[in-house]
Design a protein around this ligand. Structure first.
Ligand SMILES: [Zn+2]
Ligand SMILES: [Zn+2]
Length: 438
């Protein structure tokens, strides 16, 4: 019944869907599922939307009426990508179409991190295809997040049509011929491209090496094997110190902890950091295969050039606590009295750290500071009450009430320097006077 439906839909006499052969499987230039889907639709002379609906009908999936094929993420690692790869394999009788997606790595790479927002392509690859009389097609590597270059042509990927200057026109249409702009029909291989930086080429090369490995369901990289491999790298590069390993790859130690103890899945950029700072190639890292690796290959790439957009974590300051304690002790004996806060500022240390690592010295400083403030405050009040005492009779002689306004009006401005709490001192004095009168 299923088959009958789709035969009707596609008017196909013999097979359900044409067994279109995917291009470049087992090489860094493996075709993407998006490209395959477009070519499959073309082979049936139907639109990509019609192909999608036919597949959905054959698989008895319900899809919304207003549905478009380019809204589905065909190349990624999601369950959706898996469903479509399986369905297409089933309907075309072409096995392992999941090798046109990132599904083989879904256990070892955090899904979100491998997504790309741009529909990119290498104009030189498309031009080469055409010049060789071959079918231009989209490479899977162009749809991997963090990839911005073609390692073969050492140039940046393009995302703007050379003719109409529109972006996102690579395949956003119902009729797509891979290699030609979906908006204007111009050949996408006609444009030029900027040269890529060595770091961009390195990333594209690592991903290409990853995509060139073929896995079946059983041999797919497993998270445990990869994390064990990372543990071994930590062991051999940093004597098992994961905090030092985190510093080496420029990530917080909590991130490394999250992988190693909570068995969390690393992001693609983090895995590239590890590859770049250990010298272990990405495909080996993903399978935890350290057989041909030695720490001698470490430190191959500068992280800042690899990930210029990502802020490097400021390395944690290393404090010499013996020296800091000695300085605090010296401050306690110096004639100038400083607060713990000020001392922390001068020593460029967080005040909480001072209390944590130099508690005794910090507290001695705090006690001295509080005593000093107490002394200053008493001095100031003494001065204030002297001042009030001086003007009190003057004000009273004029028959006026002795209040704050009158006191301030009778004290020369220069005498108000260092005078504080006039109001409260005044209140106190009045209270004492009244109690004496009573
Ligand atoms: Zn290229
Ligand atoms: Zn165009």
């Amino acid at each position: 019944m299923k088959t009958q439906n789709i035969i009707e839909e596609l008017s196909l006499p013999r097979s359900v869907l044409n067994p279109v052969a995917p291009i470049g499987v087992g090489t860094p230039e493996v075709e993407s599922m998006v490209s395959y889907f477009c070519r499959l639709a073309m082979s049936h002379c139907i639109s990509a939307d019609e192909l999608g609906r036919a597949v959905a009908r054959a698989m008895q999936w319900s899809i919304p009426e207003r549905w478009s094929w380019h809204a589905i993420s065909l190349c990624g690692m999601s369950d959706t990508a898996q469903d479509w790869a399986r369905a297409l394999s089933q309907l075309t009788s072409v096995d392992n179409l999941d090798s046109l997606t990132l599904l083989p790595w879904r256990n070892v790479i955090a899904e979100q991190s491998a997504r790309t927002k741009l529909a990119q392509w290498c104009p030189h690859c498309l031009a080469d295809d055409r010049a060789a009389g071959a079918t231009p097609y989209f490479r899977l590597s162009w749809d991997v997040g963090t990839v911005s270059a073609c390692s073969k042509h050492r140039s940046r990927l393009a995302h703007v049509c050379p003719d109409c200057r529109r972006s996102n026109t690579r395949h956003k249409s119902v009729f797509v011929v891979p290699g030609w702009c979906a908006s204007c029909g111009g050949f996408l291989g006609a444009g030029d491209s900027e040269p890529a930086t060595p770091a961009e080429v390195w990333i594209a090369d690592q991903l290409g090496a990853m995509l060139a490995v073929r896995y079946d369901l059983v041999s797919r990289p497993s998270l445990d094997a990869m994390l064990d491999g990372i543990s071994e790298l930590v062991q051999r590069l940093e004597d098992g110190k994961s905090a030092r390993f985190a510093r080496r790859i420029g990530l917080p130690k909590t991130t490394v902890h999250y992988w190693l103890t909570e068995r969390g899945t690393p992001r693609l950029s983090a895995l590239l950091r590890i590859a770049s700072k250990s010298g272990l190639r990405l495909p080996m890292l993903l399978t935890g295969d350290l057989t041909d690796w030695s720490p001698a290959y470490a430190d191959t790439h500068d992280l800042n050039s690899l990930f210029p957009d990502l802020k490097e974590r400021v390395p944690r300051k290393v404090h010499d606590w013996d020296a800091i304690r000695a300085q605090l002790a010296a401050l306690s004996d110096s004639p100038a009295v400083v607060s713990v806060r000020e001392a922390a500022r001068n020593l460029n240390v967080d005040v909480r750290l001072l209390y944590m690592h130099a508690n005794e010295e910090a507290r001695a400083l705090a006690v001295r500071w509080n005593e000093h403030r107490q002394f200053l405050s008493e001095e100031s009040r003494k001065k204030t009450s002297e001042l009030i005492g001086r003007v009190y009779p003057e004000i009273a002689a004029k028959g006026k009430a002795v209040n704050l306004r009158e006191v301030l009006a009778h004290v020369p401005k220069e005498d108000l320097d260092g005078v504080r709490d006039v109001f409260s001192v005044l209140q106190e004095m009045k209270k004492t006077e009244q109690s004496q009168l009573a």
